[in-house]
Write a protein that binds this ligand. Structure first.
Ligand code: OGA
Ligand code: MN
Length: 287
């Protein structure tokens, strides 16, 4: 597969591939190698149906479903109501929740089984803003001093969904979806079992750090996120309709950027859960 780099640190665009034609025996192994190595893959001009996007996602592992439905469904990331009308007010709960995506984060770290990958496709785009930005926390970890790296190898982060929502609005954080799971504790450094590389596993959901009091821990998390997200480390994706981004949640941080809310923006996402072969069991820890 022909690839071109997206950023000095990580990411490739994969050319001449139709994701509809990728199956477990046709093309997946090569894509998976690219995914493990580059952490972020871009495919243009895909136009996958919801079904086809879910099928492609399922090649990576079990589809995530936060709502315990009989069958996992695609998740819209959009300022649209159930009838498809634009929600222009940023006081709306749904839009507030979207704004929590503007904090640097990793998806699903607050779940008992977090995500390996997010497959995100652009459907409707505003005429300005609405980029999705990513950094490599593998490159970011490598930039830290060896002393700090060693300290982080012995550090555990506690993750809580409501913690990131409370940063936007304490009332939002009280909703059932954000208090549904108990806190999860994960080691701060993910060692990729296939490549042996290490990355920082951190998110806006981190609410406590082993060996530190609350304020000290949160200040440490902010410092680390700042170190990961210096301007030159950021890949900013300017979406075109039918673009598909696929990223490795173990080795990246991402955030959305604002757009004029009177304009519609609709992305569709499916996440895939981590498995033991992805290094999950080695990450379980206790503060
Ligand atoms: C997500 C996400 C950011 C965006 O789908 O997990 O964080 O740009 N999206 O919408
Ligand atoms: Mn996200």
């Amino acid at each position: 597969m022909r690839t071109t780099p997206l950023h000095r640190d990580f990411g490739v665009e994969v050319h001449d591939v139709s994701l509809k034609e990728i199956t477990a025996t046709q093309g997946y192994d090569e894509l998976r190698r690219l995914f493990e190595e580059h952490s972020l893959l871009l495919f243009r001009d895909q136009d996958l149906s919801d079904e086809a996007q879910l099928e492609f996602g399922a090649l990576f592992g079990p589809l995530e479903d936060r709502h315990d439905r009989p069958k996992p469904e695609i998740s819209p990331v959009a300022n649209l109501d159930a009838a498809g009308a634009v929600i222009a007010s940023d006081a709306d709960t749904h839009v507030k929740n979207l704004r929590a995506n503007f904090l640097w984060h990793t998806d699903s770290t607050f779940l008992p089984v977090p995500a390996l990958v997010n497959v995100l496709q652009a459907r409707i785009l505003p005429n300005q803003g609405g980029e999705t930005e990513l950094v490599s926390t593998r490159a970011g970890f490598a930039r830290l001093s060896t002393d700090l790296q060693q300290r982080l190898r012995n550090t555990v982060f506690r993750h809580r969904y409501a913690h990131s929502r409370a940063k936007i609005d304490p009332e939002l954080a009280k909703q059932a979806l954000f208090t549904k799971w108990t806190d999860q504790e994960w080691k701060a450094v993910w060692r990729n079992p296939r490549t042996g590389t290490e990355s920082l596993y951190i998110a806006s959901h981190v609410c406590a750090v082993s060996g530190m009091d609350e304020a000290e821990g949160l200040a440490f998390v902010d410092e680390l996120v700042d170190a990961m997200t210096v301007p030159e480390a950021i890949y900013s994706h300017v979406w075109r309709p039918n673009d598909v981004l696929v990223w490795d949640e173990r080795a990246t941080l991402h955030r959305g950027r604002a757009w004029p809310y009177e304009q519609a923006r609709k992305l569709v996402s499916c996440c895939v859960s981590l498995q033991a072969r992805d290094g999950l069991e080695d990450m379980r820890a206790h503060i």
